[in-house]
Design a protein around this ligand. Sequence first.
Ligand code: AMP
Ligand code: FES
Ligand code: ZN
Length: 267
Amino acid sequence: MFEPNDRVGVAVSGGKDSMALLHGLKQTFPAAEFVALHIDLGIGSYSEHCRERVKELVEMLNVKLEVFDLQEELGFSIEDFKDTLYGRKVCSACGTIKRHLFEVLAERAGTKILATGHNLDDVVSVMFNNFFNANWHQLVRLKPVLEPSMPNQTFKVKPLIRAPEEENLLYCLYSDVPFREENCPHAHMERLRRNREILEYLSKGNPNFKYQMLRTFLKLIPILEEHVEKPKLIKCKVCGYPSSSQICAFCRRVEIVKKAKQRRECR
Ligand code: AMP
Ligand code: FES
Ligand code: ZN
């Protein structure tokens, strides 16, 4: 994933997984330089709480922090998506915004490696979903080390891909790592819970089930990569980042949310 003396950007949301990740990496690789990357999504007290927790951890570890404040830098927040066609799926718009801003933050931090806190439970449940929907391209993107899609982009690494979320929670509790106690008000608990319940059911009586599933998917990925055509990427006309269309998904969403905001202000 990286060399022991590399400079590594760690996307830290304030949640237990990414907080355990930054703490664990810092203890394990003292010669590496870690930069914490945080996106303040402007989701009221939830985002304030997350940012506070992240600040607490970086001070504790003496790690540099780069923050992207959506409201300050782009003039809107994730809350503003409530007035758009994404009103019922704010989370999905948020995911697209975050993926783009991770690249922006990594560039600011001068790193080509972006580590995220995706855990075993997250990855297996998303792989499971993609598998049943024959969403092969998205399934491949979940591999532990994802190479850049274009030269200036980052390597995306998931050091905790084999760590169950429960272990990350225990790690935080035993190592006194601060983490957020609030849940995002936009999290779609219903859908998440349903997927998780299926996996929990299959894990009953076989605590290795999720590891086995991950192992199987990881064996499948190289085969899929040979057969699944990668989308052709070009540079987005607005921001210059890789895109499968003239204007990338991030810029399209920014335009939609800004227009909705203007309309609201004119009323
Ligand atoms: P999620 O998509 O919320 O499950 O988050 C997956 C990973 O993305 C987390 O473990 C973090 O590494 C990263 N992440 C999510 N939200 C943020 C954020 N607001 N700021 C920085 N990193 C984030
Ligand atoms: Fe993005 Fe909740 S963190 S909508
Ligand atoms: Zn763009």
